[in-house]
Design a protein around this ligand. Sequence first.
Ligand SMILES: *Cc1c(COP(=O)(O)O)cnc(C)c1O
Length: 828
Amino acid sequence: MKASISTLNDLDEGIDFRNVDQIKRGLLASMVRYVGFDPESATPHDWFFALAGLLRGHLSEQGMRTSRSQYGQDVKRVYYLSMEFLTGRRLMKHLLDLGIEPQVRAALAELGQNLDTVAEQESDAALGNGGLGRLAACFLDSMATHAYPGYGYGIRYEFGMFSQTIENGQQVEHPESWLQNGSPWEIVRHNVSHTVRFGGRIVCFRDEEGRESCRWVDTDDVVAEAYDLKETGYGGAISVNLRLWSARSTQDFDLRYFNEGNYIEAVKEKTVSETLSKVLYPMDTTLMGQELRLKQEYFFVSASLQDILARFLKVHKNPRLFPEKTVIQLNDTHPALAVPELMRLLMDQHGLNWEDAWDITRNTFAYTNHTLLPEALETWPIDLMEALLPRHMEIIYRINYFFLQEIRRTYPGDVEMVRRLSLIDDSTRRVRMAHLAVVGSARVNGVAALHTELLRSRVFPDFDRIYPGKFVNVTNGITQRRWLLQSNPPLATLITDAIGPAWVSDLDRLRDLEALADDAAFQDSFRAIKRKAKTRAAALIAERCGVAVRPETLFDTQIKRIHEYKRQLLNILQVIARYNHLRASGKPDLLPRTVIFGGKAAPGYFMAKKIIRLINDVADAINHDPAVRGLLRVAFVPNYNVSTAEILIPGCDLSEQISTAGTEASGTGNMKFALNGALTIGTLDGANIEIREEVGEDNIFIFGQTAEEVARTKAAGYNPWNIYHNDPELKTVIDMIRDGFFCTEQPDRYHPLVNALLDGGDVFLVLADFRSYMNAQAAVDALYTDEKTWTRKAILNVARMGKFSSDRAIHTYAREIWGIDKMTRDDA
Ligand SMILES: *Cc1c(COP(=O)(O)O)cnc(C)c1O
C-alpha cells in the first residue's frame, strides 16, 4: 500500500528551524552537498545559495502539503494569469514568513557571515515593468497568507527588466539575467510540459451525425516547460505556487538539415523557438504591436490553460463543472487569448459543443483592466492573428457573430452600437483584446474607485449598459509584510511594541496608532526612525549617484516608471522654480530639500528619455552651484527596482503622486509611501482620492484639476500659451529649458519637451497645474518647519492605511468575484 508515503510527516531531514545549531549544521551540509564549495573559503554569494538550497526543501514540502490539502478538500481554485510578476528578492521574505529570521541570522553569524550581506547577493527577479507586475506579487502574498487556494501563471523570462545606468545624463539599458548564476528557488518540472502550437491551417469535417469538428494541423510547435516558485504566506502554513513557463524547442535538431551536414541550420530552429521566453517587453503603458509579444501571450496562456484543465480533469470527469471549481483572473488583456483558447480546448480536445463550451468559458474568467490611456488598449492585426492562430481567429469571429446578433436583437437598427462594440475594429482590421476580455468574462474590474467610474462612463459605456453589474471596483493594495515589516523593520517594531502584532495580517489594526499621534515619546521614536531610514537612503544615493545629500533636509521623492502622464516634468519645473527663487532671494527662506527621482523609461520612448536627461542636467547644475549649497540637491537614482524601492520609500518625507487626473488607474507606490510615514503631495487621481478619504484632507497635500475639470479644460480648447504668458515664474523656467541653460553644449536639447508643452498642446496639463502645484509645495515647506504637526500627520497617515492592504483587495476578489473560500491544511 501507499500508506508509508502518503504521510509527509515521516519525512525527517533532521532540521528544526527553531534551533540555531541545527540550522548551522544544515547550512554546512548544504554548502558541501548542494553548492559544492568548501565552507572554509565560501563567499557570501556561496552562503546565499547554501541557505536558499536549505530553505527550498522546506518550501517544497510545504507546497506539497498545501497541494494535498487542496485535492483532499476539492477546493475551488483561483488562477492568476499575468505576463508579469515583479517579486524582487525572495530570501528575506521567506525567512519572515517562516518566522526564522533571528535563528538564521544567529546561525550565519556563528559561521562568520552577516545575513544582510548574504541576502544582498540575490539578484532581483525583475519579471515585470512596474505596478501591474508588483500587484501580482503582492496578491500572491496575500492569497498565501490568508489561505486562499491560489495559483499564479506567467513566463520565466530569462532576461527580465533591463538594468539602467545613467551615462552623460542619459539612460543606458543593459540586459540582466536573474538566472545568470541559476536561481536556487526554482523547482524544475521536466515532467510537466505542454505543446503550444502556432501557424498551420484548419481542417473541418462532419461525423455521421452531422456534427462538425475541426482540427488544427501542420503547426509549428513549441514546448512549454514548467518551473515552480513557492510563494510563502505569513505564518508559513499555506503556499501559493507560481508556475512560470519556459520555451523549449520540440526538436533539438532538424534532422533534414542535419543529414545534409548543415549543423548550424539544424539547431537554428531550436534557437528561434526558445526566444519565446527570452526577454520581457520593457513597456508599461504603450502597446508595442510585435509578433513575438503576441506569441509570448499565447504561449503562456495555452500552456497555463492546458495545465489547469489537466489538473481539473484529474479529479472531475465532467467539464461542465469546471467553473464551479475554477476561476481564472486575467491581469489586464495580455492573457485575453485565454478566452478562445479555452473554447478551443473544450471543443476540439474534449468534444464539447459550442453552447456548452461558451457557457463554461464566460463563467470561468474575470478580467482586470489597468489603464485608461487609449494608446495602451491592446489590439492585434487580424492578418497576424490569422497567420499565427487561425483556429482562434475563427473562434473569435464566431464569438463576435453571436455577440453582435444579441446586440442587434436588443438594439435593433443601432448600427453605430454594433460598430463600437464589435470585437473587431473593421476600419483598422484589428482585434480588440479588451472587448474580447469583457465579453468572455463574468466580471470586469477597475483598480480604484475613480478608475472604475471612468471605465464605466468613458471607456466601456455601452458594455456597462448591456451588462449591468458586470463592472465592479476592487481598489488595489500592497502587502504590508513586504512594504513595512520587511523593508522597514525599525518602524514595524515600533508599531508592534505600541499596538501588538495583529496589523501584520490585519492592517486595519493600525487605527490603534491614532491615539499615539500626539504622544511626545512616540513622536520622538517615529522621527528617529525616519531619520535613520533617510540616512540609509542617503548612503544609497551617495553610492549610486555620487551625490552627497543630508538627512536633515526634507526628502522629496518621485520614483516610478518615467512617463509623460506621471508628470516627472511637472516636478522638475517646480525644482527649477525653487532653484531660481533661492538664487534670486540670496537667503535661505525655503526649507532645505533633497529631491529624489528614480525610474526607467521604455527604451523606445523618446520623450521619457528626454525627461530623464533633463532631470540629470538640472541635477548637475543645481548640485554644483554654490549659491544653493545646503538648500537644494537633486538626485536621479539609477536602476529603480523593488530592492531600491525598499530603501528609498522608508526614507522619504514627501511622496510625489502627481499624475494628470484621470490617467493613473490606481497607483500603488502612493500606498507604500504613506504606510511608511510620508505625506503625499498629489492630484485627485487613482487611489490618491481614496487615500485622501482615509487620511483626511488635512493630512495630505492635494492640488490640481480633477478628472472632470481636466475633461472640461480640454473641451474648452486648452491653450498652454496663455498660462505661459501669464505666469512669469513659469515662463522663466520654460525659457531656461528652451534656451539651453542646463545644456549649454547643446542648447536645443530640450526643444522637443518645450514644444510638447507649448505648441503640442500640453496633453497632460503640466502648465495648467503648475501654479496650484507650487502653492501646495509652499504649504509643504510651511508645515515641515512645524516638526510636531508634521510628525502627527505622518503618524495619522500610517494609522489610516488599513484599507490599502492587498489583503483587503484579495478578500474582496475572493468574495465578490471569485467565489472562493479559505482552505485549511489537513495536517495543521
Ligand atoms: C510599487 C512599484 C511600482 C508602482 O509604482 P507607482 O508609483 O504606482 O507607479 C513600480 N515599480 C516598483 C519596483 C514598485 O515597487
